[in-house]
Ligand binder design. Structure first.
Ligand SMILES: O=C1O[C@H](COP(=O)(O)O)[C@@H](O)[C@H](O)[C@H]1O
Length: 233
């Protein structure tokens, strides 16, 4: 279930190649493809390689698995990271759907992003996930108040607002996130992990309770999950 790579370079290449393959399959089958990427410190080397993939990027739409409720000018913006690291060179021709909208509430921004993604009219073809050391994926935080809704498999794929909290379970800042049904209906979900600590967290979470652990819920729902790991931190 976990593919191991000896170096960061081999790990990034394997993840990017798998994502490019899934996007190429979608382009061949349907003439278009939908990608969703994570933020955080993990994905930049993967994005750098994926941006070089020989794809018709004019037919690719890219979005985010989650976002902090901040404008692109903020250093915390995942949109800014994606544009800087992936949507450059030939990949700059891809269409980008942000989760953030200015001057509305986080829930209104979530509704607007849900509508735009629904209008695109296809499931995700390739997803790049990271995981925090607390076991969160997207902005699904173990123990947070919105988790039950985000993990409900019978809901439609949608974007949700995640309130900020002070208790350690909720994020310190409002966020936007895709829900589990987006991941379960995807063609390919790559979870990219680095270091011994995250591997241990993944193993613990995968064996956990799907009602309270996003990783366990992903596994229990038979999402097309591929875990790519390097011990290089
Ligand atoms: O907050 C976030 O964190 C996770 C994990 O980030 P990392 O720095 O440990 O790689 C990331 O996947 C998510 O997109 C981001 O918003």
């Amino acid at each position: 279930m976990i593919r191991n790579f000896p170096t960061r370079q081999a790990w990034a290449e394997a993840a990017a190649d798998r994502l490019a393959e899934a996007l190429a399959e979608a382009l061949a089958a349907d003439g278009r493809a939908l990608f969703a990427g994570s933020g955080g410190s993990t994905p930049s080397p993967i994005y750098a390689r994926l941006a070089q993939a020989d794809l018709d990027w004019t037919k690719v739409t890219a979005t985010l698995v989650d976002e902090r409720y901040v404008p692109e000018a903020s250093p915390a913006s995942n949109a800014a990271l994606l544009k800087r690291a992936l949507l450059t060179g030939p990949a700059a021709a891809a269409r980008f759907i942000p989760l953030y909208s200015p001057a509305v509430t986080v829930d209104r921004a979530a509704a607007l992003a849900s509508q735009t993604l629904a209008a695109d009219g296809r499931p995700l073809d390739a997803v790049l996930l990271g995981m925090g050391e607390d076991g969160h994926i997207c902005s699904m935080f173990p123990g947070s108040p919105t988790l039950t809704t985000l993990l409900t498999p019978s809901l439609k794929p949608a974007v949700y607002g995640v309130p900020a909290g002070r208790d350690g379970a909720a994020p310190p800042q409002e966020r936007l996130t895709l829900n589990l049904p987006w991941l379960v209906t995807a063609r390919c979900v790559v979870l990219a992990l680095t270091g011994a600590k995250k591997r241990a967290v993944f193993k613990r979470e995968a064996a956990g309770d799907p009602a309270v652990s996003p990783i366990a819920a992903l596994v229990a729902a038979n999402a097309p999950l591929e875990v790519i790991w390097t011990e290089a931190d």
